[in-house]
Structures are given as structure tokens and as C-alpha cells.
Design a protein around this ligand. Structure first.
Ligand code: ATP
Ligand code: MG
Length: 552
């Protein structure tokens, strides 16, 4: 087998086969979101998969809003979905469609089915339809209305369309097989009466098609070749094929299913995300702890990192959850060489260098990214009073602690060697100030004659910028399972958000803009919050910490 064949996923193999057998002469895929919520990481997988196939096969990609349900959908979501798809780097060009634009086609297909004796108007109530449907073990029973004449069906369906009937009074059903082992084939409802205004078609219609009928027609009208969806539709495929065949579409689109993407430690699924927002467990659809695309963007994830992640996940037929750490790996990997490594102290205490001249300020030359010289250098202010992390000093050092304690020498990153000479504490025993002396011969943090084991970062006190930093942990404690078996509630992590209000940053952060991201040295990657940050009061989101247990 050639290398190319080995690396192809099962969908690509199917497409290759279809092309070589002449089933299709081109490839056209689509992403069909229902505009009833924001997109999430699972949708990103579907978008990138479908778009990627259109690119690989030099075909077309359509973005189609599946807006056939008048009551649940909203234009607000249409705009957010478009923005999210574009952000992922996917361009539908002129191929933006709305399923509601095909209501006429769907209506005509219904008429065609009635004329072929393949659909009938049924007066059973929703409950009765359910009772007649049978079970997995027992066949269903024919509706008493199943054998209405074609003329009567045409007349009744027209009356349904003309608003003669109330919601639920009559439905149109496909006439397939009430004894089919596949329940989806037991005369499914294909049109229902709903006196509801639609965001696109207004009050033009009071009958609306059901998903299983509408979807294949949408695909067929757009001449989609491969209609790629998730596994829960596998049992619906015979119905999909039936609709396409009986409505006599050529070329007939073909449905292929793959496994949904699930991630550990977070909540995927529109329904659950919506509930978290409604229950005020998170503050909005773009709360950085969520994995909606809007949230990932606000948190500081990049389109490249998401694309890479989706690629690594692969495409499969078996359901599984991907470790959240893999997503973190992808964003770290993307930012590593692209972002400046800056100094920020999240839990500050003062460090006073007693032998450093009072009033003197030096501007030290600091590389922006030691691993990528192309990012250049910057000047960082240094003077007698600095801030360091509280955890970088210990009054009583534990074993193997190489940072500051009385008598120990450390490197202040990019600056000087300093030796700790003492400290002050308040009446509660909390350390308030650490004292040290510096060695002027070690400028730049270099020394020929001696080595130190610890290097700590710092921020010049006088020029420091204050900031709020939001630390995130996973929303779900996965070890306990996503859901609590007792009551179905989510196992939420009570520490998913920690707000640090007194952080200090080097003054080079002063011109940063919303969504700019940086490495805070020795700590992690951070991004300026696009909602709450102001130039005079910066707010940062932790994208990901530097440490990882995940290895590729
Ligand atoms: P949810 O399960 O979050 O409610 P949905 O499937 O109802 O999502 P739609 O707008 O109907 O959302 O889906 C648009 C497309 O995205 C569908 O083709 C669907 O199969 C796909 N999709 C949804 N969730 C995932 C997922 N977790 N992984 C991969 N594809 C997904
Ligand atoms: Mg859906």
C-alpha cells in the first residue's frame, strides 16, 4: 500500500471509490448547522472535515443553515455561526444557503410523493401515531387513514397548507412499511401543521417539513455528493435514501456517518452548554471555560491550534472521548514560537535590592522569545524595588528549594544575580518584603565564575502595570464522570475559575489589545480578554499553563 492510501480516512476511501466507479464526477460537501445556538468544538470538527474534503478533492463546500423549524431558531445565531466558521479559516465563497429557501421544493416533493401513492394525510394524534408505531420487538399497525385516495390526499394536504387545520390536527406521512424492523421507516411524519412565524419566510407557511424529509431534499437540491453527518443518523439513512429515490433526484446525495467528537473535562453539546448559561454556572456562551468556538476564541485559542487538534483526532466510526490535554498540547505548540515571553507576577511580594542605587532605572535588553530570535528584543525596566512571586521566597526553605531564602543566591531572569539577605513580615507572620543584594558583575544574568540553581522572574515595582488575571481549570471533574448517576447533574469543578486581582506586569504590556496573547514566563499562556479588558485596567485569561502531562 502506498503511503497516501494508509493516511486516508474511511470517508476519503469511500469518496475515492465513488469517483472511480463514476457514481459522482465531482465532490460537494456541506456543513448544515441549525441556527439555534452557538457552535462548539464538535461542530469545528464537522466544519473542518467537510471543508477539508472539498479542498482535497477540488470540489465545493456549502454553508447551509438548516432553518426548517420555525420556533427554535434565531438570526442572532446565524451571524455568530458565520463569524465562527470564517474564524476557523473556512470560506464558503458564494455558497451560503438557507434550507427555508427550499420550502417550495419540499412542498413539491410532498405533492410528488402523494401523486405516486407514497404519502398520505393522517388524522391520528401524535400520541396515537406513537401507539400505532409498535416497538423494536413488535411491528406497527397501519393507520386507518393510510389508504386514502390520491385525490383526497392532495385535497387535504392543500387544506393543511391553506391553514384550514389547527396544529397537530393532521400530518402528512410517508407510506413506507409499518412492519419495517427500522422504526424510522414506519410511515414517518414528513409534514406537520405549525401556525408559527418563520424568521425567513414570515407567515407564508403554516406547514413545515420534518428534519428527516427536509434534509435529504436540501442536500439533493444543492447537488451535494457526500452528506457527512454523525452516527446518531445511521438508522435514518434508509429513510434518507428513500426520500432521495422516491423524489427522483439525480445525482443522489449519499449519507456517510462518523463519530462525534467528545472531549473529557468539558461539556460539548449545545443543550448542555445552553443549560450552563441558563443556570448561570458560566456567565455567557463565550465564557472561557466553555468549548463553544466563541469561548475558545475569547480564551485565546487560535484557528491553527483547533485545526491541528481536529486533524490529530482523526475521523472514526467508533464513539470515544478525546483527552482535553490534547487540545492544550495543540495550543501550546502553536503559541510556543509565535508569542513574546513576558514577565508577569500573579501573586506579588516586594523584593528590595538594598545595594542598588536609589532612583536609578536601567533598561535591560531582553529577547522576546529565546527559541525564536525573529521575534526580536525589548527593553525591560529594572530598579531597586521589584515584585517577585510569593512562592519564589521561603522563610524556611524545604529540601531541594533553589529559589530565594536567606543566604541563597538566584538569578533574576535577564537581570542580575541576587543574594537574599533578609525579610520582613507582618504581625500574622506573612512575609511582606524580601531583601537582597545584587552583584553588578552579573548583568544580563550571566556569570563566568559561579553558577546558581534558581532563576526567578520579576517586575519593576515603579513602572509595573496592575492587571486582573483569570485562571481557569476544567469545568468538569472527569474522574467522577461527567454526570452524577444519582440525579443526572453535571459533576462541576468548584475551582474552575480563580480571579487574581493584584497581578503586576512589566510595562511593555501597556499597548496590548483585546485577544493579544503572550507567554507569562515560567507560568503559561495568557490572552487579553475581549469583553472585560480596558486599556487602563487589563484583564487576562489563562489559555493554558506551561506544564503538561500530555505527550504526543
Ligand atoms: P449538539 O449535539 O451540540 O446539539 P447538533 O448536532 O444538534 O449539535 P446541528 O447544528 O444540528 O447541531 O449540527 C450541525 C452539524 O454538526 C451536524 O452535521 C452534526 O452532526 C455536527 N456535529 C454536532 N456535534 C458534533 C460533534 N460533537 N462532533 C462532530 N460533529 C458534530
Ligand atoms: Mg441538532
Amino acid at each position: 500500500m502506498s503511503e497516501e492510501t494508509v493516511s486516508k480516512n474511511f470517508i476519503e476511501l469511500e469518496i475515492d471509490n465513488d469517483l472511480s466507479e463514476g457514481v459522482y464526477t465531482y465532490v460537494c460537501t456541506r456543513f448544515p448547522p441549525e441556527p439555534n445556538g452557538y457552535l462548539h468544538i464538535g461542530h469545528a470538527k464537522s466544519i473542518l472535515l467537510n471543508y477539508g474534503l472539498s479542498v482535497k478533492y477540488n470540489g465545493e463546500f456549502h454553508l447551509r443553515f438548516d432553518d426548517t423549524n420555525p420556533t427554535k431558531e434565531d438570526m442572532e445565531f446565524v451571524e455568530s455561526i458565520k463569524a465562527d466558521v470564517l474564524w476557523l479559516g473556512v470560506n464558503w465563497k458564494e455558497h451560503l444557503y438557507f434550507a427555508s429557501d427550499y420550502f417550495d421544493d419540499m412542498y413539491n416533493c410532498a405533492i410528488k410523493l402523494i401523486k405516486k401513492g407514497k404519502a398520505y394525510v393522517c388524522d391520528l394524534s401524535a400520541d396515537e401515531i406513537r401507539q400505532y408505531r409498535g416497538t423494536l420487538k413488535e411491528p406497527g399497525k397501519d393507520s386507518p387513514y393510510r389508504n386514502r385516495s390520491i385525490e383526497e390526499n392532495l385535497k387535504l394536504f392543500e387544506d393543511m397548507k391553506n391553514g384550514i387545520y389547527a396544529d397537530g390536527e393532521k400530518v402528512l406521512r410517508a407510506k413506507i412499511d409499518m412492519a419495517s424492523p427500522n422504526i424510522n421507516m414506519r410511515d414517518p411524519v414528513i409534514y406537520r401543521v405549525a401556525h408559527a412565524s418563520h424568521h425567513n419566510t414570515g407567515d407564508e407557511w403554516c406547514i413545515y417539513p420534518m428534519y428527516d424529509f427536509a434534509h435529504p431534499i436540501e442536500d439533493a437540491v444543492e447537488k451535494i455528493t457526500h452528506s457527512i453527518c454523525t452516527l446518531e443518523f445511521e438508522d435514518h439513512r434508509p429513510l434518507y435514501d428513500w426520500v432521495v429515490r422516491e423524489c427522483e433526484f439525480d445525482p443522489a446525495p449519499r449519507q456517510i456517518e462518523f463519530a462525534k467528537l467528545f472531549l473529557t473535562n468539558v461539556v460539548t453539546g449545545k443543550r448542555y452548554i445552553k443549560k450552563l448559561v441558563q443556570d448561570k454556572i458560566v456567565d455567557a456562551w463565550d465564557d472561557p471555560r466553555l468549548v463553544s468556538i466563541a469561548a475558545l476564541k475569547r480564551r485565546g485559542f487560535t484557528p491553527e491550534s483547533i485545526r491541528n487538534f481536529v486533524e490529530l483526532c482523526g475521523v472514526s466510526k467508533s464513539q470515544s472521548s478525546v483527552n482535553y490535554a490534547m487540545l492544550e498540547y495543540c495550543i501550546r505548540d502553536d503559541l510556543k514560537l509565535k508569542k513574546n515571553r513576558m514577565m508577569a507576577v500573579l501573586d506579588p511580594i516586594k523584593l528590595i535590592i538594598d545595594n542598588y542605587p536609589e532612583g536609578q532605572i536601567e533598561e535591560l535588553i531582553v529577547p522576546n522569545n529565546l527559541e525564536n530570535p525573529e521575534l526580536g528584543e525589548r527593553l525591560v525596566k529594572f530598579s531597586r524595588e521589584l515584585y517577585i512571586e510569593r512562592e519564589d521566597f521561603m522563610a524556611e526553605p524545604v529540601k531541594k528549594y533553589f529559589r530565594l531564602f536567606v543566604g541563597n543566591e538566584v538569578r533574576l531572569m535577564h537581570a542580575y544575580f541576587v543574594t537574599c539577605t533578609g525579610y520582613e513580615s507582618d504581625s500574622n507572620g506573612n512575609v511582606t518584603v524580601v531583601h537582597a543584594e545584587y552583584d553588578p558583575q552579573t548583568k544580563g544574568g550571566n556569570c563566568e565564575t559561579r553558577k546558581v540553581k534558581g532563576t526567578i522572574h520579576w517586575v519593576d515595582a515603579k513602572s509595573a502595570i496592575k492587571a486582573e488575571v483569570r485562571l481557569y481549570e476544567n469545568l468538569i471533574v472527569e474522574e467522577k464522570g461527567v454526570f452524577n448517576p444519582a440525579d443526572g447533574s453535571l459533576n462541576l469543578n468548584p475551582n474552575s475559575l480563580t480571579v487574581k486581582k493584584n497581578c503586576v506586569l512589566e510595562d511593555n504590556f501597556k499597548d496590548s489589545n483585546a485577544l493579544d496573547s503572550f507567554q507569562f514566563v515560567r507560568n503559561g499562556y495568557y490572552c487579553i480578554d475581549s469583553r472585560d479588558s480596558k486599556p487602563e485596567a487589563l484583564v487576562f485569561n489563562r489559555i493554558v499553563s506551561l506544564k503538561s502531562s500530555f505527550k504526543l
